[in-house]
Design a protein around this ligand. Structure first.
Ligand SMILES: Cc1ncc(COP(=O)(O)O)c(C=O)c1O
Length: 348
């Protein structure tokens, strides 16, 4: 048997519970709970052909359209196979064995995952336990001249808490030698972005995904932005065809139907207000969310509650292994949240 690298042997296996979700109310993965714009499916149907599928992907048209949509120069943009590949490419470009990487805890699991695969020396800063707000002073204090990367989700998953632009700029100033990723997977719900800061910030990397508000998690399409001098190196570390043709078609159609996304955001924000109200009426403590999910305190009942809701056809996510007593519910439409609250009411 071949011997795996020591870094891989050290890793804990990571397998999110993605099986058996069909037909259930999926409030567990922060996806769009009603699906992508019908215009996306129509465009793929119209464009897909046997001969088209026989050709390796071409990105010329899509690059121009997406760069215009995001208001960045084309050479500041890299297409990726979801945010996950954006993280992987960044880590592959900048991190060697034992390099110093700063992460927040708890946060999106893939930052740690790819840093571990790379053999990085990882230090984690805890979100503040009282309100799960961002530990800005603690992070600034932890940055060293040799820090090679800092990976931050804004808003953060699973806490839902966000960071303002001025604070991000302080981190960028304090870590001039580090590649700083601001993962804006939930940007559409928070409205906070540092994408316009790219110009003057050579250590800034921003990622966006089409897996969340756009309802295209199955397509695996994301974008990674940075200054052209950085993107040149990211390109070198990426497989040339990792984003497939159907995903590229889907993204082009999705950005043409902004109304669909805007309407969905409005619906989720209204549903989030109802969810807070319903949870508070039951005496349940919650954390302030800038995204399409809420983390709440279920105490000892976290896992039984998740299981009982699952038996009733409603999926939520246990997070008690990283924040004791906490579970996370994705916010969908008002009708879906009504159903969630009704089921919760009957078992709480
Ligand atoms: C902060 C954050 N980034 C990225 C992702 C995943 O994005 P993608 O599907 O684009 O790989 C998630 C998914 O849960 C997330 O919470």
């Amino acid at each position: 048997m071949p011997e795996p690298r020591a870094a891989v042997k050290r890793m804990a296996p990571y397998s999110p519970p993605t099986g058996g979700r069909d037909g259930k109310l999926r409030l567990d993965f922060n996806e769009n709970t009603v699906g992508c714009s019908p215009a996306v499916v129509e465009f793929i149907r119209e464009k897909v052909s046997a001969s088209g599928l026989s050709v390796y992907p071409e990105y010329v048209e899509a690059k121009a359209e997406l760069a215009a949509f995001f208001r960045v120069p084309e050479d500041s943009l890299l297409f990726t196979n979801g945010t996950d590949e954006a993280i992987q490419v960044m880590v592959n470009t900048y991190i060697d064995d034992d390099d110093d990487v700063l992460l927040l805890r708890p946060s999106y699991a893939m930052y740690r995952f790819y840093s571990e695969v790379a053999g990085a020396s990882i230090r984690e800063i805890d979100y503040r336990r009282d309100d799960l707000s961002f530990p800005l002073d603690e992070l600034l204090g932890a940055i060293r001249p040799e820090t090679k990367a800092i990976l931050i989700a804004n808003p953060n998953n699973p806490t839902g808490t966000g960071l303002d632009t001025a604070s991000i700029c302080r981190i960028l100033d304090a870590a001039p030698n580090a590649a700083v990723l601001i993962d804006e997977a939930y940007f559409e719900f928070s409205g906070v972005t540092v994408l316009p800061q790219l110009d003057g910030r050579p250590n800034l990397f921003v990622s966006r995904t089409f897996s969340k508000v756009y309802g295209m998690a199955a397509m695996r399409f994301g974008c990674l932005f940075s200054q052209p001098g950085n993107v040149k190196f990211l390109h070198k570390a990426q497989s040339p065809y990792s984003v497939n043709t159907l995903a590229t078609l889907a993204a082009r159609a999705a950005i043409r139907d902004c109304d669909y996304v805007n309407r969905y955001v409005d619906e989720v924000l209204a549903a989030r207000a109802s969810a807070y109200e319903g949870l508070h009426q039951l005496g349940i403590s919650t954390y302030k969310s800038e995204a399409n999910f809420i983390l709440f305190e279920a105490g000892e009942r976290a896992i039984p509650l998740r299981d009982e809701l699952r038996n009733r056809g409603v999926l939520i996510r246990d997070r008690s292994y990283e924040i004791p007593g906490c579970v996370r519910v994705t916010i969908g439409t008002r009708a879906q949240i009504e159903r969630f609250l009704a089921e919760l009411n009957s078992i709480w």
